[in-house]
Design a protein around this ligand. Structure first.
Ligand code: NAD
Ligand code: MG
Length: 397
């Protein structure tokens, strides 16, 4: 029986995690569920999964949570705030933490789980992008187990040799015969739209992903392909890869979730229907296999597979992220922060779709190259880059 805390339980990944638990009730016990705003859904989840703790991100929502839990007859203990998020991630009774908060807000609770040596299921790619080497060093120092939930990275992990899977301090890919990581992406909803139409795309259009159902921030990131850029950086850290060893491939059908190419010419791929319950179930049960509820692929009824190279004119955010990955940690941290602010402004209809990359680029030009040697410095640069992004957005209007 694994005891699990789910950070971001009310979101898309959180709900899929609970779906996998629902199918495997004898193997998992929910220790804590956390949410930012959706108290109604959190309470419904508490009634079904009976966690010891229910946590809201902000202290100002604690009274509402207490009242809602008691009205519903739930015995979960209500908690609130940053320290509560960290404590349910690091509690000695917890085995596994699903890190599924969106954005930089997930960094500190995810790090708390890492520092407590937990099995950390990482959906929250932004946490790794913004802290990179520091994050990976803490995983090794505290003997935590880091398993990727992002479907591409989970696919890559499944295609790696066993020894590399076991080595949390980072294997040399080339010495295991690996020549390349092929990171696939669908290209999102605007893959074939005229480039001249992109500036008029609405949040509703951007959030309508052809293959995946996801939260709003990652949906917009998929439309700009910043998501693939963040995943490029994520792959660098998760697999100890040089940027030259990672290649982005557009595969609009989203059936191949990524591939690993070996020096002898072999390419191993992981395939499946585009449903996050598969990578979630894989990581939750690793090295065993459990039921995820995802329908098997039907090879007798499948459209053709196609592959192309990404077009950086259409997807300037992808280029910005790959360049940031090569420039260093400060650029990744600043880009991640700028992008969160820009995506939020786009969702609030303050800027156009094409302004997202423009804001990101301007922030990178305004922030100075610097060494980041501690988590405090990472958090400080994140704060500063957000401020610059907000200034750039104010000037855009
Ligand atoms: P979502 O918006 O559906 O859910 C986000 C969750 O985080 C919610 O439970 C929300 O309450 C919580 N949250 C938001 N802001 C918070 C804050 N400030 N403090 C504490 N909690 C907060 O997002 P999602 O699609 O589930 O994505 C979650 C993470 O997983 C993201 O980092 C995303 O990139 C990654 N991811 C998602 C998918 C997917 O298919 N949805 C796939 C791969 C990776
Ligand atoms: Mg992904």
């Amino acid at each position: 029986m694994q005891r699990i805390s789910i950070l971001g339980a009310t979101g898309s990944i959180g709900q899929s995690t609970l779906e996998v638990i629902r199918r495997n009730p004898t193997q998992f016990e929910v220790f804590a569920l956390t949410a930012a705003k959706n108290i109604h859904r959190l309470v419904q989840q508490c009634l079904e999964f009976k966690p010891r703790f229910a946590v809201v991100a902000s202290e100002s929502d604690l009274d509402e949570l207490k009242l809602a839990l008691s009205n519903a007859g739930s015995s979960s203990v209500p908690l609130a705030g940053k320290e509560a998020l960290e404590s349910v991630s690091s509690d000695s009774d917890v085995d596994t933490v699903m890190a599924a908060i969106v954005g930089a807000a997930g960094l500190l609770p995810t790090m708390a789980a890492v520092k407590a040596g937990k099995k950390v299921l990482l959906a929250n790619k932004e946490a790794l992008v913004m802290s990179g080497e520091l994050f990976i060093a803490e995983v090794a120092r505290h003997g935590a187990t880091l398993l990727p939930i992002d479907s591409e990275h989970n696919a890559i992990f499944q295609c790696l040799p066993h020894q590399v899977q076991q080595d949390s301090s980072g294997s040399e890919l080339a010495s295991h015969g690996i020549s390349k990581i092929l990171l696939t992406g669908s290209g999102g909803p605007f893959l074939t739209s005229p480039i001249s139409s992109l500036s008029n795309m609405t949040p509703e259009q951007a959030c309508k992903h052809p293959n995946w159902s996801m939260g709003r921030k990652i949906s917009v990131d998929s439309a700009t392909m910043m998501n693939k850029g963040l995943e490029f950086i994520e792959a660098k850290w998760l697999f100890n890869a040089d940027p030259e060893q990672i290649q982005v491939v557009i595969h609009p059908q989203s059936v191949i979730h990524s591939m690993v190419q070996y020096r002898d010419g072999s390419v191993l791929a992981q395939l499946g229907n585009p449903d996050m319950c598969t990578p979630i179930a894989h990581a939750m049960a690793f090295p065993e296999r459990i039921d995820s509820g995802v329908a098997p692929l039907d090879f007798t009824n499948m459209l053709d597979f196609s592959f192309t190279a990404p077009d950086f004119e259409r997807f300037p955010c992808l280029k910005l992220a790959i360049d940031a990955c090569k420039a260093g940690q400060w650029a990744c941290t600043a880009l991640n922060a700028a992008n969160e602010v820009a995506v939020n402004a786009f969702l609030e209809r303050l800027i156009r779709f094409t302004d997202i990359s423009a804001v990101n680029q301007q922030v990178l030009e305004k922030v100075q190259s610097q060494q980041l040697n501690s988590l405090e410095q990472v958090v400080e640069l994140d704060r500063m880059a957000r401020k610059v992004a907000n200034q750039v957005i104010a000037e855009t209007q």
